[in-house]
Design a protein around this ligand. Structure first.
Ligand SMILES: [Zn+2]
Length: 228
C-alpha cells in the first residue's frame, strides 16, 4: 500500500479518468446537466454550485462547516475511485492514524476530501479493519455516545418535545421543536398531546412538506411519552 497522498498532478489526472466524476467536467466546462436517471444526479443537483475546478485543475467541493463555536469553508478534493482505499487507509489504518472510530475518521477526512459514498465507505472500512476485533475484546461496556454530524441543510434534523405547559385556548400544552442541525433553522408546533402519531404528523406537515425529507433525524423524547 502506498503511504503518501497523491500529488496535485495525480489528483487531476485520475479525476479526469474516473467515470463517476465525468458529470462534473460536463457541467463545469459545457454546462451540460446530467439526466435525472443518472445515478449521480442527486449529488450533482445538491452540489452544482459548490463543485469547481481549482487553480491546479483539481475538482473540489467547497463546503461550509459549522459547529457551535466556529464556521469555516473547506476545499474538499473529489476523490476518484482509484484513490478511495488509499485515503481510507491513511486516515484510519496507517500507523500514525491511531485507528480512530467512524466519527473521528469522518471528521478528519471531510476537512480535505469528499466522495459520494464516503460515510458508507468509512463505516465499511472500519467494520472490516483488524483493529475492531482487538477493540471489541478489550472494550468496557458503556452507553453509546458520539458527535452528531451534518454537512448540508436537511442532512440531520433534531426533534425535541417540551411540556406539559399551561394549556392554551386551543387546548395545546406541548411544543414540538424541529431544528436543522446544520443551519440551526427551527420550526415549532403546539400540540395537545405527545404521541408517535402526533410527532410524525407534525414532522410531515411542518417540515417534510415544506423542505423535503431529511437524510436522517434524531428524536429527543422522554421515555414516558413512548410507553404511554
Ligand atoms: Zn482500524
Amino acid at each position: 500500500m502506498l503511504l503518501e497522498l497523491p500529488t496535485t498532478v495525480q489528483w487531476s489526472q485520475e479525476q479526469k479518468k474516473d467515470a463517476d466524476l465525468q458529470i462534473w467536467y460536463e457541467w463545469i466546462t459545457e454546462q451540460k446537466k446530467p439526466s435525472p436517471e443518472n445515478p449521480h444526479f442527486q449529488f450533482w443537483y445538491r452540489d452544482k454550485e459548490n463543485v469547481v475546478l481549482d487553480e491546479n485543475d483539481v475538482l473540489v467541493r467547497l463546503t461550509r462547516f459549522s459547529t457551535t463555536t466556529r464556521s469555516h469553508v473547506c476545499k474538499q478534493i473529489l476523490v476518484p475511485k482509484v484513490y478511495q482505499d488509499r485515503i481510507l487507509y491513511l486516515a484510519h489504518g496507517h500507523v500514525t492514524s491511531g485507528h480512530q472510530g467512524v466519527s473521528r475518521t469522518f471528521l478528519k477526512l471531510r476537512e480535505q476530501f469528499y466522495w459520494e459514498t464516503m460515510k458508507r465507505d468509512i463505516n465499511h472500512y472500519i467494520l472490516n479493519c483488524p483493529c475492531r476485533g482487538i477493540k471489541q475484546r478489550n472494550a468496557v461496556p458503556r452507553a453509546p455516545y458520539g458527535s452528531l454530524l451534518s454537512t448540508i441543510p436537511n442532512d440531520l434534523v433534531a426533534i425535541d418535545c417540551t411540556g406539559p405547559l399551561l394549556v392554551t385556548g386551543r387546548g395545546n400544552k406541548y411544543i414540538i421543536v424541529i431544528q436543522d442541525h446544520f443551519t440551526k433553522f427551527v420550526e415549532a408546533a403546539a400540540v395537545p398531546a405527545i404521541s408517535a402519531t402526533v410527532i410524525c404528523d407534525v414532522l410531515f406537515k411542518h417540515w417534510i412538506k415544506r423542505y423535503g425529507p431529511m437524510e436522517c433525524f434524531c428524536l429527543i423524547v422522554e421515555l414516558n411519552f413512548i410507553t404511554r
